[in-house]
Design a protein around this ligand. Structure first.
Ligand SMILES: O=P(O)(O)OC[C@H]1O[C@@](CO)(OP(=O)(O)O)[C@@H](O)[C@@H]1O
Length: 483
């Protein structure tokens, strides 16, 4: 089994964003360039989501939306460059979008704006460059070129026929009109070339096949370009699972490197068939952390396995090995502070969710490059990865409930990520503690059934109290209240 170490990333602090201080003083306008149906909006939306996940506020300014408020249902002729009225209205929409974007920067609302439009002529690009220079905003032109007819068709059908421009129209008619619109743009389209070598740009040819970069100057630009270099748009899914129930989960202890409980073992044995149900005969690659509970959970899966240090559970520092109740008793202020701002709270000698996101960045990058990956990891880590794909806000992500013994399948689509959950029929405790709730032990997650005889043995072996009815009394002196 190969071991992959974590990358040496900047050490985070609560006051800087996740990319380090340099990013704080740079404002960048990313200008999309390309014919319609080349995945520009998808790329723009991915950049915004990626940067947001890294605490860099970014926003898309979509010129189409500005144009639509003046001209909601234009025909293909509207986009004919020999039509002066169409030209005037399209220019007005671009001016309104750029104007709002500059105002957004001036008000200090964020660091990265994405100007999503075709920006298909040199004169249009020059005009945007000058507007940005006048406001001291750095620019990064991102051109998406695509000559793969299948990909273009797929994009036309999947995205454009559901566009507000074609609302209520016959999809065949909408696709025909849209192809006509593309032909009109093709008449005037100028790719970024030698004459524009003073521009900072990144040209993506058939996303994921070839990348040309020019004049990348600063840190934030290079981070965005690096992200773009790792993208591909082939259809794929990602599977996520927590490890099976561990001995520590049974007693409500945090962290550690415990073995699986007998129910966790049962989940490990069931996982191959659960995965087969969800992924069919696809050959997956399994990524685990370096901790025993994930390695044990993955061990029956008939696939290549990689261990990542970056996938290890959030380090709970001095609280490692304690229960929530013990943390509350020993460190009452810390316990309250964590509830107050769980994303930023850093355990004494340990980590915060913000820290975890930074060490997960190489994982996200690798995930973007890959296909068919199954990740077996931990509660906090899974929350962070899930938040990236599902665009969950920072303040909410640490509070998401991620049950044990459940396989999650995520399928990124053009504008959303589709989620499916498959639950194994094996009970497990719930390690979820709601914000503001008093610390108590983990509760049984299967409708409060008594523990099976083997689980009762596990529990006794760990010195865990059992109520008369066989339900565990975990991590606390008092039994959990009946619900
Ligand atoms: O951030 P919170 O909600 O405390 O969740 C993280 C905790 O989840 C746990 C279980 O309580 O994960 P895991 O099951 O992977 O061991 C702890 O080890 C870890 O400290």
């Amino acid at each position: 089994m190969r071991k992959i170490p974590t990358g040496g990333f900047l050490s985070p602090s609560k006051r800087t964003n996740s990319m380090g201080v340099q990013a704080e003083d740079t404002r960048i306008c990313v200008i999309m360039v390309g014919l319609p149906a080349r995945g520009k909006s998808l790329i723009a939306q991915k950049i915004v989501r990626y940067l947001g996940w890294l605490s860099i506020t970014a926003k898309t300014f979509n010129v189409g939306q500005y144009r639509r408020s003046a001209t909601p249902n234009p025909s293909a002729e509207f986009f004919d460059t020999s039509n002066p009225e169409g030209e005037r209205l399209r220019r007005a929409a671009a001016e309104a979008a750029v104007g709002d974007m500059c105002k957004w920067f001036r008000e200090g609302r964020g660091l990265v704006a994405i100007l999503d439009a075709t920006n298909s002529t040199k004169s249009r690009r020059r005009w945007i460059l000058e507007r940005c220079q006048a406001e001291s905003i750095a620019t990064l032109f991102v051109e998406s070129k695509c000559d793969d007819e299948d990909l273009i068709m797929q994009n036309i059908l999947e995205v454009k026929t559901t566009s507000p421009d074609y609302k209520g129209q016959d999809p065949e008619e909408a696709a025909r009109d849209f192809r006509e619109r593309i032909r009109n743009y093709e008449k005037v389209y100028e790719t970024i070339d030698e004459d524009e070598r003073d521009l900072t740009y990144c040209k993506l040819i058939n996303v994921g096949h070839q990348v040309v970069i020019n004049q990348i100057r600063d840190y934030l630009q290079s981070r965005v370009v690096y992200y773009l270099m790792n993208l591909h748009i082939r259809p794929r899914s990602i599977w996520l699972s927590r490890h099976g129930e561990s001995q520590y989960n049974l007693v409500g202890k945090l962290g550690g490197d415990a073995d699986l409980s007998s129910r966790g073992e049962a989940y490990a044995k069931t996982l191959p068939s659960l995965v087969q149900k969800s992924a069919g005969d696809r050959q997956l690659t399994v990524w685990t952390s370096t901790l025993k509970r994930t390695i044990q959970t993955a061990r029956f899966l008939p696939f290549e396995k990689l261990e990542w240090k970056a996938l290890d559970e959030l380090d709970s520092g001095v609280c490692d090995g304690l229960t929530y109740a013990e943390v509350e008793e020993k460190y009452p202020e810390d316990f309250a502070q964590r509830d107050e701002d769980k994303y930023n709270y850093r355990y004494l000698g340990g980590e915060s969710y913000r820290d975890v996101v930074i060490r997960l960045e190489p994982i996200i990058m690798e995930l973007e490059r890959s296909e068919n990956i199954l990740i077996v990891t931990h509660q906090a880590i899974l929350r962070c990865i899930y938040a990236y794909f599902m665009n969950v806000p920072q303040e909410r992500s640490p509070w998401m409930e991620v049950p044990l013994h459940t396989l999650i399948k995520l399928t990124p689509k053009a504008y959303t990520t589709v989620e499916e959950r498959l639950k194994a029929d094996i009970p497990a405790v719930s390690t979820f503690r709601e914000k503001g709730s008093r610390a108590r032990g983990n509760t049984i997650g299967d409708g409060a059934k008594p523990l099976s005889p083997t689980a009762q043995e596990d529990a006794k072996g760990l010195g865990l109290g059992l109520a008369a009815d066989g339900k565990p009394v975990m991590g606390d002196a008092k039994p959990p209240p009946e619900s």
